[in-house]
Design a protein around this ligand. Structure first.
Ligand code: UT7
Length: 337
């Protein structure tokens, strides 16, 4: 009998910059107020990079180094690094390549994936497939975004939402009945009308007019995205539950993308989960795009125990959305423990 080899998360690392951008700071920058921001989004503060030398790959590397230290992981044993980001260091040269160099990984190859806020979940499934197939033994999946590089700090519709950060997980093979079980993903390219960074790619290369028209900044129609996010996340969570013969009462935790507390609460309520089961850190970090889910895993890892059933779900630009079902395993111990 073939024993199914699962990919399981065995180490986690996270990083957010030291600089806090509070709601009160934003009151000085645009026509907004802290009460509105907290009531409409749940965000109290976010972290942003204030050192021009720090790029997405640096934040990703800090998260990976923390993962290696706390998980006692030998960098030479890592086969592959997948960085999910929509704010890569460069258009050409992958952030994954930069991370391998900066973290001193001699035997790894690094690539990027971009599915905006859903990117970490997509990358997690790609990484898991490489472990399940036996092609790789240790795969690091990172979600990292330096959103402060693409946010227009004179646009109150967007600048209140986003923060910078990075989160990393290590995937390894196990024969135990834990790890990534399933995913259900969708994309709809017509969503680009409602959430996009228009310029800087091959469609609209940087030019004087793209600069003048501020097309290098993120732009969104918040109301459209808000409704689509609740619907998309709820539907895909239900799909992944159904295809695994589960009902939501059997789920221990929901780890949602952190874009808006009201979206998170609505999805939790539609699934019938209690507030304690739904992990939230948006109040401290805002929306860190691809980093929200791994940062949640990092923040709350001490709450999780072996066998806990979790649904991870995200919605973002693309539109891209989906849900992943996983069973928590055992994290590697640091040398200090
Ligand atoms: O991670 C990627 C996915 N992104 C998301 O999931 C974001 C989804 N969208 C949202 O989170 C929400 O739509 C926002 C937080 C962006 C906006 O909240 P909203 O409740 O949808 O507000 P709204 O856009 O409907 O605006 C309501 C009012 C408007 O004023 P009027 O037209 O009613 O007079 C806005 O001009 O609030 C005004 N407003 C603000 N007021 C104070 C918009 N932004 C602000 C602001 N401060 N920063």
């Amino acid at each position: 009998m073939r024993i199914r080899k699962n990919a399981v998360i065995t180490a986690v690392g996270g990083y957010v910059p030291d600089t806090v951008l509070s709601n009160h700071d934003l009151e000085e920058m645009v026509d907004t107020n802290s009460e509105w921001i907290v009531a409409r989004t749940g965000i109290k503060e976010r972290r942003i990079v204030n050192d021009p030398d720090i790029a997405t790959s640096d934040m990703a590397t800090y998260a990976l180094k923390r993962l290696m230290e706390e998980g006692n992981v030998n960098p030479d044993e890592i086969d592959c690094v997948i960085v999910s980001t929509s704010t890569p260091d460069y258009v050409m040269v992958s952030t994954g390549s930069m991370v391998c160099e900066k973290a001193g990984l001699k035997n790894a190859w690094g690539i990027d994936t971009n599915a905006a806020c859903s990117g970490f979940l997509y990358a997690l499934t790609l990484g898991a497939s490489m472990i399940e197939s036996g092609r790789c033994k240790k795969v690091v999946v990172i979600g990292a975004d330096k959103n402060s590089a693409i946010v227009n700090y004179t646009d109150r519709n967007t600048c209140i939402l986003f923060g910078d950060g990075a989160g990393a997980v290590l995937l390894e093979q196990t024969e135990e009945p834990v790890g990534l079980m399933d995913s259900f993903f969708r994309t709809d390219g017509s969503g680009k009308e409602n959430l996009i960074v228009t310029a800087g790619g091959s469609k609209f290369p940087a030019s004087q007019s793209t600069l003048d028209e501020k097309l290098h900044y993120v732009r969104q129609d918040g109301r459209v995205v808000f409704k689509a996010a609740i619907q998309g996340m709820t539907d895909t969570c239900n799909e992944v539950l159904k295809s695994n013969d589960l009902v939501s009462a059997q789920i221990d935790y929901l780890i949602p993308h952190q874009a808006n507390l009201r979206i998170i609460q609505s999805v939790g309520e539609y699934l019938g989960l209690s507030a304690e089961q739904v992990k939230v850190n948006i109040d401290r970090y805002g929306n860190t795009t691809a980093a929200t889910i791994p940062l949640c895993l990092w923040d709350f890892k001490d709450d999780f125990k072996y066998g806990d059933k979790m649904i991870l779900t995200a919605f973002g630009a693309g539109f891209s959305w989906g849900a992943t079902y996983l069973k928590w395993g055992t994290l590697r111990q640091s040398k200090k423990d």
